[in-house]
Design a protein around this ligand. Structure first.
Ligand code: SF4
Ligand code: SF4
Length: 437
């Protein structure tokens, strides 16, 4: 069987840094918290506007914050119970978020749900609206509102929807377990998206380190109109949109372009499963699968209500075997460090990793030895060593000319660098965008 791939990247599996062993065989386990703290700014775009207040009783799936702006999506109650506060609270680093606190009455009393129908027969022109009303945004981590991705600007065309099941980041096994345990939900979501966009071709792409999930999806997709599967080499960042499109279709997304410029829309497999729930059950996005791993005593794949705190996740996994040194959401390549364990799980958070103090200590950076490993590893064919010199010197204009804005912040260059250089490309991109250089 041929396996598809792209140029550059790294091989954490070969180097035994993949970190998936502890959870890849753990079935999905639901966890219901005592209280949720739901941020209203989980998606990319303007934050939603709270429409409940302290003392209100809410049902599961009820809208608690209304959409704002053209890409806006609503936020829903992830438990039934009483609103105990609407507060401003620090989540990740940066500005605090407006959050809605709800005490769980443990009744799971659902709001009335509007069912569109079976994915093959539901009115195609109503599906994108149902996705928006369900508050679905990219569950692979990007959190871009899904309905906005599916409405193409004038003059753009798409002939393929690509479902991203590569899960190439270290530690994360949430999508693996979803595809293995609920493959029909994934396939149905793809069919609904294809019908909504009028696209004839759908491909579900999975890395070869998840053969059991690949076989489950292949079986579920058999006989479904326009759907095929693609087996990918295990390599990071195979799940990057540009790398995935290149590997599966052979097409290049142009510099500064989007997947639609290669006539492709990429959706995550968990997003597809959420689309199925919205169409066939009228249920909004109120929970997600999150891998909890590292020094927790029972590494797990939890089905978590949105707004559950990190401290509750750690408790649900039996606590930690030693004192934590660092907490981060996501894998070790692109993960985001957390300020503390009171942070809430959002629609984007597919993994929580708890590391000990020794592993949390920063490695010392030394001088560049001009080995070129970073150049070979860069999947975008940039020259990270030279870009680093330009950014450190403050020459952002030249860095832009040499395409630093195309950097996908995958950290492959840092991973292979023997000098452990922390390439400053995120900050450089932000400065260039803010100053309009
Ligand atoms: S990998 Fe590190 S040491 Fe090697 S050339 Fe790149 S920046 Fe320099
Ligand atoms: S320069 Fe950017 S895209 Fe290239 S390896 Fe480094 S982080 Fe990844």
């Amino acid at each position: 069987m041929s396996k598809l791939s792209f140029r550059g990247g790294i091989h954490p599996l070969k180097e035994k840094h993949e970190g998936k062993e502890a959870t890849k065989s753990k079935p999905i386990r639901p966890y219901v918290p005592e209280e949720v703290c739901i941020p209203v700014d989980m998606h990319l775009g303007a934050p939603s506007i709270p429409c409940v207040k302290k003392g209100d009783l809410v049902k599961l799936g009820q809208v608690v914050a209304e959409p704002a702006g053209p890409r806006g999506i609503p936020v829903h109650a992830s438990v039934s119970g009483e609103v105990t506060a609407v507060i401003s609270k620090q989540q990740l680093y940066g500005k605090p978020s407006t959050c809605i606190l709800i005490r769980n009455d443990k009744q799971d009393t659902w709001v009335d749900c509007h069912i569109l129908g079976d994915v093959e027969t539901a009115p195609a022109d109503k599906i994108i609206g149902a996705i928006r009303d369900a508050g679905i945004c990219g569950m692979g981590g990007a959190c871009f509102p899904t309905h906005a991705k599916m409405v193409l600007p004038e003059g753009k065309t798409v002939d393929t929807i690509l479902l991203n099941g590569s899960e190439c980041e270290t530690f994360i096994t949430a999508d693996h377990r979803l595809m293995l345990e609920e493959p029909q939900r994934v396939v149905n979501g793809l069919r609904a998206a294809m019908r909504a966009m009028g696209v004839q071709k759908g491909v579900i792409a999975i890395e070869e380190n998840k053969m059991d999930a690949y076989e489950a999806i292949k079986k579920a997709a058999a006989g479904r109109e326009g759907i095929s599967t693609a087996l990918l080499k295990t390599k990071y960042p195979q799940g990057g949109e540009k790398q995935l499109i290149k590997a599966v279709t052979g097409r290049e997304v142009p510099s500064g372009g989007l997947p639609m410029d290669a006539h492709v829309v990429v959706l995550n497999v968990a997003t597809a499963a959420a689309i199925t729930d919205a169409v066939t059950e009228g249920k909004p996005s109120i929970a997600r699968i999150t891998t909890v791993t590292g020094i927790v005593n029972e590494p797990s794949n939890l089905l978590v209500r949105i707004g559950t705190s990190v401290s509750e996740l750690i408790t649900a996994c039996g606590g930690t075997s030693e004192e934590p040194g660092k907490l981060f959401f996501g894998g070790s390549m692109t993960g985001l460090a957390l300020p503390d364990d009171s942070v809430s799980v959002t629609k984007a958070n597919n993994c929580l990793v708890v590391v000990n103090k020794k592993d949390a200590a920063l490695q010392e950076t030394t001088e560049c030895i001009r080995c070129s490993r970073c150049i070979a590893a860069c999947p975008i064919m940039l020259n990270p060593q030279r870009l680093n010199i330009l950014c450190e010197a403050g020459n952002l204009g030249q860095a832009k000319k040499e395409n630093v804005m195309d950097c996908i912040l995958c950290h492959s260059c840092h991973y292979v660098c023997p000098a452990r250089i922390n390439f400053p490309f995120k900050e450089a991109k932000e400065k260039i965008a803010a100053r309009r250089i």
